[in-house]
Design a binder for this molecule. Structure first.
Ligand SMILES: NC(=O)c1ccc[n+]([C@@H]2O[C@H](COP(=O)([O-])OP(=O)(O)OC[C@H]3O[C@@H](n4cnc5c(N)ncnc54)[C@H](OP(=O)(O)O)[C@@H]3O)[C@@H](O)[C@H]2O)c1
Length: 305
């Protein structure tokens, strides 16, 4: 297992800083390092809020290729930016070519974490996906460009990492969640509003939700595992949990009843095989029930019965 790299005192760039995954990382690492943040900052308030936390912001669209104004002396890059506009040309430019340009620009880093997704795997029922499992257009029904753009991004990142010898790691994230939300929180909102939750008929619909506390602890270990071969690892919670089970638990906590709608267009199970992840960075620690309970306490305390 890799020891974590030191975050303290390092110059770190985080892309996608206004997104769900980045927010808890910024709060955790920000006070201890020189944190830079890159996004389009389509919402100016988001940029000001980061600046108020002492984060250096860089207003850049990864689709347009101009990184001249971005420093190139970061110690680490945590590349989380993603766009799912539905426009293939734009999304491939931003997510795939943009990742390659960013990696090339930051080629002197000690470690570059490229955040991918388990959405790159082909649907395979209940088979836990290994890193070499077949890839496919998994999320097409809801996000038409997403899986293809994430697959393309991984390839571009591997090419640039090898071409410029940049220590890189590709992490295929499962379902991130925490006190600032995530997919299970959307399910709470759907339950509160009587909106049916899509499920694939091949039940149960199993994922590996990973709590923010765990990804905050694991990212420095992932960065330690980076090398120019750009190893690729699944990145999820060690406990597999089904949508059915986490919705039932939200029901227990709130007294709400989930309504499910069976449809082949639901993503279906995307359980990971965590073997390689455990060898590299160890098991995650937050029990999923505790994590979901904490999330409800933080975001919807009135919903708890
Ligand atoms: N959330 C999940 O359930 C989940 C699951 C698996 C994997 N992931 C992966 O985790 C990472 C973070 O996801 P997230 O859910 O936190 O994302 P998100 O909430 O959709 O946020 C996306 C971020 O990327 C920035 N961005 C979008 N287009 C950009 C562009 N063209 N140039 C520069 N920045 C751009 C956005 O800011 P602006 O709009 O201001 O530019 C925002 O900060 C992504 O790589 C995603 O694929 C997420």
């Amino acid at each position: 297992m890799f020891d974590p790299v030191k975050v303290e005192g390092q110059k770190i760039l985080i892309t996608g800083p206004t997104g769900q995954v980045a927010a808890p990382i910024i709060d955790a690492y920000g006070p201890h390092c020189e944190l830079h943040a890159l996004a389009r900052f389509s919402n100016a308030d988001d940029e000001q809020a980061l600046q108020a936390k002492g984060v250096h912001t860089h207003k850049i669209d990864l689709a347009n290729g101009d990184l001249a104004a971005l420093p190139d002396d970061f110690d680490y890059v945590i590349h989380l930016a993603v766009v799912k506009s539905g426009d293939f040309q734009y999304d491939l430019k931003a997510n795939a070519e943009g990742s390659g340009r960013l990696l090339k620009h930051c080629r002197n880093v000690k470690g570059f974490l490229h955040c991918s997704s388990t959405a790159v795997y082909e649907y395979a029922g209940h088979e836990p996906r290994k890193e070499d499992s077949p890839l496919g257009d998994n999320h097409r029904s809801m996000f038409p460009t997403y899986s293809i753009a994430k697959i393309a991004a991984e390839s571009v990142v591997r090419f640039v990492a090898s071409e410029y010898s940049v220590p890189t790691i590709i992490a295929r994230l499962s379902v991130p969640y925490g006190d600032n939300g995530g997919w299970p929180f959307y399910h709470l909102l759907m339950m509160q509003n009587g909106v049916p939750i899509d499920l694939h008929p091949e039940q149960p619909n199993v994922y590996n939700p990973i709590h923010a506390d765990d990804y905050i602890e694991k990212i420095p270990r992932l960065l330690a595992a980076a090398n120019p071969d750009a190893p690729t690892l699944n990145f999820g919670g060690s406990q597999p949990v089904s949508v059915e089970d986490w919705c039932a638990y939200i029901g227990e906590l709130t007294g709400l009843q989930p309504q499910f709608k069976m449809t082949d267009s639901a993503f279906g199970s995307l359980q990971i095989d965590p073997t390689a992840m455990h060898e590299a960075i160890g098991e995650t620690q937050v029990d999923w029930r505790d994590g979901i309970h904490r999330m409800l306490k933080a975001l919807a305390p009135d919903s708890l019965s």
